[in-house]
Design a protein around this ligand. Structure first.
Ligand SMILES: *[C@@H]1O[C@H](CO)[C@@H](O)[C@H](O)[C@H]1NC(C)=O
Ligand SMILES: *[C@@H]1O[C@H](CO)[C@@H](O)[C@H](O)[C@H]1NC(C)=O
Ligand SMILES: *[C@@H]1O[C@H](CO)[C@@H](O)[C@H](O)[C@H]1NC(C)=O
Ligand SMILES: *[C@@H]1O[C@H](CO)[C@@H](O)[C@H](O)[C@H]1NC(C)=O
Ligand SMILES: *[C@@H]1O[C@H](CO)[C@@H](O)[C@H](O)[C@H]1NC(C)=O
Ligand SMILES: *[C@@H]1O[C@H](CO)[C@@H](O)[C@H](O)[C@H]1NC(C)=O
Length: 445
């Protein structure tokens, strides 16, 4: 039995003191630096649904002969309840991976994660041809390996598995290119996260070539080396199912106006932290969520009729009257801008609005300004920063006050409106009094 577990779990034999800890409540097993002596402690991981292996070198086991499995071992593998395996801080010989991976077809492991691993050497993946694996989610974070280009042969042997894979994550791993042939293998992939790599504008066109990632709904290109909005749009035009695109934290340069059309299916668009000082056009026409926080926007001069969430925190907006262009808005974030007054009338017209955040603006606490925000606070959820981070900037007598504490009663605010009628009434009373006096005197005499 030990031998089979050894195979299944990628031969986590390493030197030094190490063992596995099983947490029954969480069904989670954590193994650190296992050695041959402490290997037995893997046994306690058998009932776990998540097993982690951290630390060690596997390369010396690369040459280990691994023969086909006995029927009894296969039965055992089939009864395991492990759903997720995490490998961290390991040197993984690709040859070994190729040999061990085929046994996964007898398990129910759905998710494989490699963190801070180095894949070394090249393997012949022919033995995997036609094998189907239950793994649906595959993640690599901070890994190094030979570049994917030139690796297409391996991918084609793995294709019966890869074409059923649903989620693929390769982050912080210096990826510079995704060859066209690779994308064509991932026929069922719904989510691709390649954040924090070194993809450039010209790496995208081959990556998303005709027939690549035909089912892709979510794509994250966050924090790569993209610069041209237009060329990103051009490269992604063939992704007809794309719903969520994240190109945040790329330093985009506003190029000439573009006629490129984004996929019509796009609903969520993240342009946060892209150095924009103006809104780039065109935007996807059916957007529901637009994140343009952490830019240098001074105004927003576009209309999007279906927009429900608009995130604009950390910009340089000086007023918010543009919200009248978004009648379906439910969530609006305007924290940390230069907005002195929230447009109460426009906000009241937005019937679906339920979540507004607008802390850290230099509020003008004139009666209408402070009153507008106080009314808004009673109408919608103003976020956890209310009331503490809603502070008056002017007029001088309220500087540093919380907006919440500014008195906005009718008497204090609208003195003209109150005093004029009071004066008229007093005047009338005087007249009436005089007439009355005159009359009573007249009667007396
Ligand atoms: C198991 O995990 C739970 C939740 O994180 C924790 O409260 C508990 O202390 C853990 N048990 C052991 C034995 O570590
Ligand atoms: C990335 O992985 C390397 C080993 O491959 C490791 O030394 C480094 O600490 C990892 N970095 C992070 C941020 O985890
Ligand atoms: C891979 O191995 C198979 C046999 O398992 C062999 O026929 C094939 O030539 C090998 N391919 C490479 C590139 O070594
Ligand atoms: C990507 O940008 C980073 C800095 O943002 C830079 O250090 C790196 O060299 C760039 N990589 C490529 C491939 O252009
Ligand atoms: C957009 O990306 C940033 C990171 O760059 C993230 O913090 C933010 O939550 C994302 N916005 C949405 C709406 O997912
Ligand atoms: C604050 O608002 C009042 C009334 O709308 C206006 O008269 C005043 O100029 C504003 N102050 C500043 C500093 O904008």
């Amino acid at each position: 039995m030990n031998a089979a577990i050894l195979l299944l779990l990628g031969l986590s034999l390493v030197e030094g003191e190490g063992r596995c800890f099983f947490n029954r409540t969480e069904e989670h097993c954590m193994c650190r630096s296992l050695s041959e002596e402490s290997l037995g402690s893997i046994i306690q991981c058998l009932p776990a649904s998540v097993v982690e292996f951290w630390g060690g070198h596997l390369e010396r086991y690369a040459a280990l002969p691994i023969s086909d499995l006995q029927p009894s071992t296969i039965d055992m593998l089939e009864t395991l309840s492990i759903r997720k395996l995490i490998f961290g801080d390991l040197l993984v010989p690709e040859v070994l991976l190729a040999r061990v991976l085929k046994f996964f077809s007898y398990t129910q492991v759905q998710e494989l994660v490699f963190e801070s691993c180095s894949f070394v050497g090249r393997s012949n993946w022919t033995e995997m041809a036609g094998k189907e694996l239950p793994v649906l989610t595959l993640s690599f974070h901070n890994v190094t390996s030979a570049p994917l280009t030139g690796h297409e042969q391996g991918f084609s042997s793995l294709s019966s598995w890869l074409e059923t894979l649903q989620e693929l994550t390769i982050t912080s791993s210096h990826v510079t290119a995704l060859p066209c042939a690779v994308g064509r293998v991932f026929r069922a992939l719904r989510s691709l996260d390649v954040a924090r790599n070194s993809l450039r504008d010209d790496s995208l066109t081959p990556a998303f070539c005709e027939g690549a990632f035909p089912q892709l709904q979510l794509l994250s290109l966050q924090c790569n080396n993209l610069t041209s909005y237009h060329s990103v749009c051009e490269s992604l035009q063939l992704l007809h199912e794309l719903q969520h695109l994240d190109i945040s934290q790329n330093k985009l340069i506003a190029g000439p106006a573009s006629s490129c059309q984004w996929p019509m299916s796009l609903r969520i668009f993240n342009l946060s932290g892209t150095g924009l000082d103006e809104v780039l056009t065109p935007l996807p026409p059916n957007l529901e969520v637009l994140d343009m926080s952490c830019n240098h926007l001074r105004t927003l001069d576009i209309s999007l009729g279906s927009l429900k969430t608009l995130l604009l925190s950390q910009n340089m907006l000086q007023d918010a009257s543009f919200i009248r262009n978004y009648p379906m808005l439910e969530v609006l974030h305007l924290d940390d801008n230069l907005i002195p007054e929230l447009p109460r009338d426009e906000l009241q017209l937005l019937g679906h609005l339920r979540d507004v955040a607008a802390a850290d603006n230099p509020y003008n606490c004139s009666c209408s300004g402070a009153g507008g925000i106080q009314t808004l606070a009673a109408m919608v959820h103003l976020g956890p920063a209310w009331p503490w981070d809603y502070v008056c900037h002017s007029p001088p007598r309220y500087q540093g006050f919380l907006v919440k504490d500014v008195p906005v009663s009718v008497l204090q605010c609208n003195s003209a409106a109150v005093i004029t009628p009071v004066c008229i009434i007093l005047a009338l009373l005087c007249v009436a009094g005089a007439v009355y006096l005159a009359k009573s005197r007249y009667r007396l005499f």
